[in-house]
Design a protein around this ligand. Sequence first.
Ligand SMILES: Cc1cc2nc3c(=O)[nH]c(=O)nc-3n(C[C@H](O)[C@H](O)[C@H](O)COP(=O)(O)O)c2cc1C
Length: 321
Amino acid sequence: MFHTALCAILGIKYPILQGALGGVASAELVAAVSEAGGLGVLASVYLKPKKLTEQIEKVRSLTARPFAVNLTPISSSFMEVAQVVAAAGVDIVTTGRGDPRLDVVGLLKRRGIKVLPVVPTVRHARRVEEEGADAVIASGYEAGGHVGRVATLPLIPQVVDAVRIPVVAAGGFFDGRGFLAALALGASGVQMGTRFLATAECMLPPRHKERILHAGEEETLVTKMLTGKPVRVLHTRAVEEWNAAEARGAGEAELRALKWQVRQRAWEQGELVHVVAGQAAGGVHDLPTVAEVIERIIAEAQDVAGGLARVAEVGAPTTAT
Ligand SMILES: Cc1cc2nc3c(=O)[nH]c(=O)nc-3n(C[C@H](O)[C@H](O)[C@H](O)COP(=O)(O)O)c2cc1C
């Protein structure tokens, strides 16, 4: 059950991808996701080429199953990182927000690599399909990390209608109900980031994990403080102050100074500056292992699918008797 076209393309058991988690997804987390039947994704964003090669080798030492490396084609070192990934014999790459002038898909496809770009709109999805992408990850506004402007629910069916390649739904998924809903919208699987942050294998500091476990669904905001582009993070005093300064038209120098100031204060007073996470944080309340997350999602989706099948057969259940 749930063996979709995406599973066939990637050689995985369940159509569940662990979204790249720059700075926090270690080889152990990536391998654990792949071992549990999903696709682990190693983020390259903060790794120097030598370290990236080491991490790739480490994943291979922990699992023989497929995994991917994520590239963020924004930095000047993109070409170098792409060469490292190709030289290491990586079969699958996901790409994050990048410079549209780079022929990222073409470059990787010419090296025999399967490419799954993350896109925020139908227009981007069409473009990467034309460039030869093997599948596309459509990510909504509720996601942790970089965000576009369209929410997941309207985005997914529109992307599904616009392209022929499999679509992976990302942004806001954390349980079996969401997973099944994504399939109902025509997606071939889901990608989750926030849910995998709160797992035993993730190396996110315990204090950050605690914040996620106690966050409500309203406790995220979008800020340009981290990368200059909109990124969804948990609500913190530091980010709120920075956003307020930006909203009142503070100049670049003032914003830069404020960033240092809030970091300094956070360091002195033990505050958290930022925790990158999505609205799914409101639905994440425990710290299971990766295998437990994946097993639970599949079991819950099977239950819900069974319930829906019964409703379709005998009609919607009545509430009052
Ligand atoms: C802490 C964190 C770091 C992330 N780093 C990256 C990254 O390096 N590259 C990338 O393409 N996406 C990155 N993302 C986005 C995720 O891969 C994923 O698409 C997103 O988290 C899905 O939404 P969700 O958090 O609602 O599950 C990051 C997300 C988080 C929460």
